[in-house]
Write a protein that binds this ligand. Structure first.
Ligand code: ADP
Length: 243
């Protein structure tokens, strides 16, 4: 069962990873295709101009290679808990979606009030945030607002201190039938575009870290571009692993 679980975790990470990478490298690759065409057209008449195009193409390809190495490093599982700057981690997740956010006309609102650190499994938390942010962007197809909030917090039930993370979108929300199944492995409403493992994995992390994950969602509402009302809000509480 442990092996199967690891296998599914990898599968889910790869699903998101593949679509993130594909999206992020597409723009630089298209530039390179255009630049090569321009080089071909100008190389005989204007060698200096062609050289400039070649330099630009090199820069674009360096960017592609940087994205590839970054993304591979990005999804490594943690071997132990370590102190993590949570707003910094959230920013690095958002950076992976920079292109997609612009293309889908999604505005990001960051609510980081104070410096918040947490001792936790960084790789796993990164994956969890990646799933929440990725899902939020998926449901805002006509644009919208992604609100990410990080706060130091105390769990009222247990008195433990830790961090509360909120990811809110202005997307379509979900029916109560959907909501009751979102944490099941392989449950997806995205057909072949989904793995149905993102939230299951996120829930697994929460269990491992002894945290809580809650969801609030509007039901079957028409999508509102950049509306002030929320489609779906995920709230994650993680206790500090150091205490
Ligand atoms: P996947 O994204 O591959 O479908 P997840 O486990 O991450 O897998 O999500 C399961 C399902 O939960 C999604 O297919 C979608 O129906 C629903 N869901 C998740 N996040 C949101 C959201 N922010 N808004 C609306 N529905 C969501």
């Amino acid at each position: 069962a442990e092996a199967a679980l690891l296998q599914s975790e990898k599968l889910a990470a790869v699903g998101r990873l593949a679509s993130s990478i594909a999206h992020e490298i597409n723009n630089p690759l298209e530039s390179v295709v255009n630049l090569l065409y321009l080089i071909e057209q100008t190389v005989h008449q204007d060698a200096e101009q062609a050289r400039q195009f070649a330099l630009l193409a090199q820069q674009e390809l360096a960017r592609v290679s940087q994205i590839a190495t970054q993304t591979l490093r990005f999804f490594k599982q943690s071997t132990s808990r370590q102190r993590v700057d949570i707003p910094g981690l959230m920013d690095s997740v958002l950076a992976l979606y920079a292109g997609k956010l612009v293309n889908s006309n999604v505005e990001v609102v960051r609510e980081y009030r104070d410096r918040v650190e947490l001792v936790c499994l960084e790789g796993e938390l990164r994956q969890a945030l990646n799933n929440l942010v990725g899902n939020a962007i998926d449901v805002m197809r006509v644009g919208g607002r992604l609100r990410v909030r990080v706060r130091g917090a105390t769990d009222f039930a247990t008195g433990r201190t830790g961090v509360r993370l909120t990811v809110a979108d202005t997307g379509v929300g979900m029916s109560s039938a959907t909501q009751s199944r979102i944490f099941e492995p392989f449950f997806t409403t995205k057909g072949i575009m989904g793995t149905g493992l993102g939230l299951w994995i996120t829930q697994e992390l929460v269990v491992k870290e002894n945290g809580r994950l809650g969801v609030r969602s509007r039901e079957d509402q028409p999508e509102k571009p950049a509306g002030t009302t929320h489609g779906t809000v995920f709230a994650l509480f993680l206790p500090d692993g150091a205490v």
